[in-house]
Write a protein that binds this ligand. Structure first.
Ligand code: ZN
Length: 259
């Protein structure tokens, strides 16, 4: 870099492949002597520093690509791939509280995983419930756990589609995808305009995970009492008994501005 380089000679003209280049012997504080070359965009940097920067950039891009692959494999919707706990906007008190709960949960996931302890985020649409849940997933996946994201209606339809005679997958295989991961995020609970079959499938998934002591994060736009009616108070009680927390998202939606 220009800043770490000291000139050790004056500029000279060098001929290379029939072209004239102005060169100068310079000294990199980290890598020692190098020949800088004048280019249309300025003097070239230390080649070792250049290589180092390119490698760092390559690592960054690889990390980014593998993060996106992981998000895809976890079936997180594309618009949420970049949502982390770090980029959640916690500008009001409710958001600050929700972020604290999410951060504590992600930080102590080993304990939550061992105890099968989950979370419930419910309330006003557009208040960042999905953002926070995906943020937790990022951290949990980075720590080497498995996690999966499922929109309830899609998951229930995937299960129901296996009932067809020509189904490509079995009910057991679809349910396994929902039961196997260390962490399952169930989004849009209560938006399934549920048939009894759908409701039964959802209850089964939640109960299977409860029995296997595997944590579930449940997200719903329903208010607390409506969610209780939707899931059954027993599910909520079990969640509470296991030390799971319920966060009520009751501030105004900011979807459009930040979501
Ligand atoms: Zn250097």
């Amino acid at each position: 870099m220009e800043t770490s380089a000291a000139r050790t000679t004056g500029m000279v003209l060098t001929t290379m492949a029939g072209f004239n280049f102005a060169t100068e012997e310079r000294h990199c504080s980290e890598h020692g002597a190098y020949t800088a070359m004048k280019t249309p965009v300025g003097w070239s940097d230390c080649t070792m520093c250049n290589a180092k920067r390119q490698q760092a950039e390559r690592f960054r891009l690889e990390a980014e690509a593998s993060r996106l692959t992981i998000m895809r494999q976890a079936e997180v919707p594309l618009r949420y791939h970049g949502k982390t706990l770090d980029n959640y906007d916690a500008s009001n008190e409710g958001q600050g509280r929700a972020l604290r709960v999410a951060t504590e949960y992600a930080d102590s996931f080993a304990t939550a995983r061992a105890a099968g302890r989950g979370l419930i985020f419910c309330g006003t649409p557009g208040t960042g419930k999905t953002h926070l849940a995906v943020g937790i997933m990022h951290q949990v996946l980075e720590a080497g756990y498995s996690a999966r994201f499922a929109v309830v209606l899609d998951a229930m339809q995937a299960v129901k589609s296996t009932y067809r005679r020509d189904a490509a997958s079995t009910e057991a295989a679809v349910l396994e995808k929902l039961t196997a991961p260390d962490l399952l995020v169930l989004d849009e609970i209560g938006n399934q305009y549920g048939s009894d079959t759908e409701r039964m499938i959802l209850t089964n998934v939640i109960n299977n995970r409860y029995n296997a002591m595997k944590p579930t994060i449940m997200l719903s736009n329903l208010a607390k009492d409506k969610l209780g009616a939707e899931l059954g108070e027993r599910v909520i009680d079990r969640m509470r008994e296991g030390g799971g927390r319920m966060v009520i998202f009751d501030w105004d939606s900011h979807r459009g501005a930040h979501a």
